[in-house]
Design a protein around this ligand. Structure first.
Ligand SMILES: [Zn+2]
Length: 303
């Protein structure tokens, strides 16, 4: 019994001592707690500030980098545009030289100077593009092989396609006949010269190509008529309507449509068909694209 009282007494004494000690230590502990809280807040605020500063600097750097990228892209674009304009000016110059002495120039003029982009520039390929800014290279190019079918002289692939086209047209009761097809560089000198004598250079340039600039020189173009209805009359015929619906199935397109003079550089020619292959002709038809310039994104228009 005594030991229990003693034990209780001891517990009481130690508890009091502990409480007194705690009481003495309390201000210090509170102080430490407050100090560490303040310190933590400070560190947190500082780190927040640093993070924000880094983010600001990063976004400023990004802004400067993209401004530099834009300047580089703009400079490249300007340079490409200058080069294109230079090439177009050269093309015009070469066209003038050909006009001055057409017969002499094929051998002396650098044909690459009259081809503004050098795209679709292989004259033997069915994807050749010829217009007033894209002469044939060489200027006096002639296909290695020409075949004459149903009155049209064309490169073999185009000739086969044209033969099938005329057979189908005839079967549909819309017979067509060729009035002009392959024309050599020399032929074009005569053709163009004739039209210059008829209506002057400016007039001739709207409907007749200068030598080295004619699709007829590629062996891929054919002019057609229905009966006695040729040239502008052809556009009013049922045969013309039949061609609008069916030419693409044989790889042919009407090359010069009304409303596209500024793109092609020529007045509309309902009678002039160009062989480009079935895939291209059908794709253009499906997409409703009327000119090769737009389809291949290549400049055209005047010399
Ligand atoms: Zn023609």
């Amino acid at each position: 019994m005594r030991s229990l009282v003693y034990y209780m007494h001891m517990v009481k004494r130690h508890t009091w001592r502990l409480l007194r000690r705690l009481k003495r230590a309390l201000p210090t502990a509170a102080l430490l707690l407050v100090a560490s809280a303040m310190c933590g807040t400070g560190i947190y605020a500082y780190s927040q500030q640093t993070t924000a500063k880094i983010a600001t600097e990063q976004s400023e750097l990004n802004r400067q980098m993209s401004a530099i990228d834009q300047k580089i892209a703009a400079a490249k674009e300007r340079r490409a545009e200058e080069e294109r304009q230079q090439k177009a000016a050269d093309a015009k110059e070469v066209a003038k030289e050909i006009l001055a002495t057409p017969a002499a120039n094929a051998a002396t003029i650098d044909a690459s100077r009259c081809n503004a982009t050098n795209k679709h520039a292989n004259p033997a390929a069915i994807d050749i593009l010829v217009n007033k800014k894209h002469c044939l290279q060489p200027l006096n190019f002639a296909p290695t092989q020409l075949v004459t079918v149903n009155g049209a002289t064309l490169q073999p692939e185009a000739a086969t396609a044209y033969a099938n086209l005329t057979v189908a047209a005839e079967a549909a009761g819309q017979a067509i006949r060729a009035t002009s097809s392959y024309r050599s560089y020399q032929d074009q000198i005569e053709t163009y010269g004739y039209w210059v004598r008829q209506s002057g250079t400016a007039g001739a340039d709207t409907y007749s190509a200068r030598p080295g600039y004619s699709e007829h020189q590629t062996g891929l173009a054919v002019d057609v008529a229905a009966g006695s209805c040729a040239l502008s009359c052809f556009g009013s015929t049922a045969a013309y309507q039949w061609l609008q619906a069916n030419a693409a199935s044989y790889g042919f397109i009407q090359r010069y449509y009304a409303g596209y003079e500024a793109t092609t550089g020529y007045q509309s020619e309902e009678w002039h068909y160009r062989y480009v292959g079935v895939a291209t002709a059908q794709d253009m038809k499906t997409k409703g694209i009327k000119t090769l310039e737009e389809y291949w994104n290549i400049p055209g228009g005047t010399y």
